[in-house]
Design a protein around this ligand. Structure first.
Ligand code: G4P
Length: 539
């Protein structure tokens, strides 16, 4: 305790003026996309434009060059993917940009979902040749549930792709988001000449940079010269723009912030074309942090004393130290390393001596942070996802709801002599949100694991073996759907074929079904039964 004796308590820390000014400078966002659409490439280009890296090629190094993405787990290296996510912070035009990286693998995982609870905006990257793919659909659902405004980037415009007007229709039809193009391609798919900036009608010529290692040269051409030099390609583009004008597909900040429309940019992350437009839009259009509602629905003002919530836990990022890092999104006040905050669920003081900024795999000590920033608290094994930390006035932010699991497997402990490690390991994985551990309310002690994507199971088995020395055998079950239920319905469901009731860690009862038809039929036959949807079940 002596080490903490001189620590600031945090109450009333920091003058409100600077806190509001610092918050106003912050832009905290995530990039969402289907794998291969170009998220990693775009992330790297943002870092290049933000001056955080000097030359592109650092983020996605396949040949042992420096990596900025997190790849701390052997499993990630084996698969060549990034399962964990990190926070990249850089300065751009006097702003502080926090880019929360979402895991880049094919499976949707709950981790991605939780990252989206901590951002103020998202950039949706679509491959122009593909448009909306299933992964994008699911992530979009989450953005909508969290009211996250979305900017859209049509990537790979340097390659043959689909008609952009068709893609606009697709976005509207599939996800109900009205795309409002800010830039529009000039030239046929595969023969990109540049884009027209609909805000002022200028032509921005596409100039290839050598593998996009350095910032793109941007040649801005006035409309008359563009018409003269680009001929038919220019008239086609201006015709399309006239059509967009007619249907009113114009940038509309109000509906963007409400999550109804999405400013759209066209470009090519690989060649850096359009990256500056997009990054400028992040700064100019995406909202700064705003007062977050607490569990009672009362806004926690930005200049109130420090408060934040844990949206992600990660254990053993550094195998040499076997530590736990809790990622906390700062919602109000000024965070100061060393301050003693209160851990809301336990009411106990929490020392923040070990606070770190995590830039990819690199960790640097962080001394202060403001609303919108993310702080990595090291040695935070008692924290759980969703927990609030605060200084001064007590506050509790709403819990982060668990995503609807779609895959269920029974976890068997192969080595019975390691029962204690097995139990402790599962508790730890549950605490970090790696998988959901579901118990049988009727006393069966074999835990059932629930996940959204199969990768979550792989990670769980891998970590149980590596960190807890237990061999876990997973037996897949046929359950595919979960619904929130109550004790009365749970009793009524006993004996129903193809149905099972389990209890989640937070006490909620879930009814599991082998298929949707079975569930729908039971719901129709028993309209009084409680079978409520969970977040992300897509129905
Ligand atoms: P992801 O993180 O969303 O999974 O996508 P990533 O950035 O890894 O990009 C997937 C592939 O698409 C990469 O090619 C990348 O170079 C390419 N790509 C990204 N943006 C563009 C673009 O604007 N135009 C074109 N033509 N290609 C683009 P790869 O062959 O898988 O990898 P690499 O060897 O090129 O790194």
């Amino acid at each position: 305790m002596t080490a903490l004796a001189d620590a600031p308590t945090g109450a009333g820390d920091g003058a409100p003026g600077p806190i509001l000014a610092e918050a106003a400078r912050r832009r905290t966002f995530a990039i969402i996309s289907h794998p291969d659409a170009g998220k990693t490439t775009l992330t790297e280009k943002f870092l290049l434009y933000g001056g955080a890296i000097l030359e592109a090629g650092a983020v996605k190094a396949r040949d042992g060059r420096r990596r900025a993405t997190s790849d701390w787990m052997a499993l990630e290296q084996q698969r060549g993917i990034s399962i964990t996510s990190t926070v990249l912070q850089f300065a751009y035009r006097g702003h502080v940009v926090n880019l929360l990286d979402t895991p880049g693998h094919r499976d949707f995982s709950e981790d991605t979902y939780r990252v989206l609870t901590a951002v103020d905006a998202a950039v949706m990257v679509l491959d122009m040749a593909k448009g909306i793919e299933p992964q994008t659909l699911k992530l979009f659902e989450v953005c909508r549930a969290e009211h996250v405004p979305i900017l859209t980037f049509l990537n790979k415009a340097d390659r043959p792709g689909r008609d952009p007007l068709e893609l606009l229709d697709d976005i509207e039809a599939r996800i109900g988001l009205r795309a409002t193009p800010v830039t529009w391609p000039v030239g046929d798919p595969g023969d990109l000449r540049g884009v027209v900036d609909r805000r002022d009608g200028t032509f921005v010529r596409f100039v290839r940079s050598a593998h996009g290692a350095t910032e793109a040269v941007e040649e801005v051409v006035d409309p008359d010269r563009a018409a003269h030099e680009e001929g038919a390609a220019w008239s086609q583009a201006t015709e399309a723009c006239a059509l967009l004008d007619e249907v009113g597909a114009d940038l509309d900040v109000k509906t963007f912030l409400a999550g109804e429309s999405s400013p759209l940019f066209v470009g090519s992350a690989l060649t850096n074309f359009g990256v500056r437009h997009l990054l400028d839009a992040v700064v100019d259009l995406a909202p700064p942090p705003s007062a977050r509602l607490d569990a009672q629905g009362v806004p926690r003002q930005l200049d109130a004393p420090f408060a934040g919530f844990v949206f992600k836990m990660q254990a053993n990022m550094d195998p040499a130290h076997r530590d736990h890092v809790a990622f906390v999104r700062v919602c109000s006040g000024r965070f100061e390393r060393g301050m003693v905050a209160t851990h809301e669920p336990s009411g106990r003081p929490f020392a923040t001596k070990y606070a770190a900024a995590l830039f990819g795999a690199e960790r640097t000590t962080i001394d202060e942070a403001y609303p919108g920033d993310v702080v990595g608290l090291v040695n935070a094994s008692e924290l759980r996802i969703g927990d609030t930390l605060y200084a001064g006035e007590p506050v509790a932010f709403p819990p982060i709801v668990s995503f609807a699991p779609e895959l269920f497997a029974t976890a068997l402990n192969v080595d019975t002599s390691r029962a204690k490690q097995f139990r402790r390991g599962l508790e730890q994985l549950e605490r970090e949100g790696v998988v959901q551990v579901l118990a049988d309310p009727r006393g069966d002690t074999t835990p059932l694991l629930g996940a959204v994507g199969p990768m979550q199971f792989d990670v769980a088995v891998h970590r149980m073996a590596n960190e807890f020395g237990t061999t876990v055998a997973l037996e897949q079950t046929g359950f595919r759907e979960a619904r929130l239920t109550d004790a009365t319905t749970a009793d009524a469901l006993v004996g129903e074929p193809g149905v099972r009731v389990v209890r989640r860690r937070d006490g909620a009862l879930l009814a599991l079904f082998e298929n949707r038809y079975r569930r729908e039929r039971l719901a129709t036959e028993h309209p009084d039964w409680c079978l409520d949807p969970l977040v992300g079940d897509g129905s």
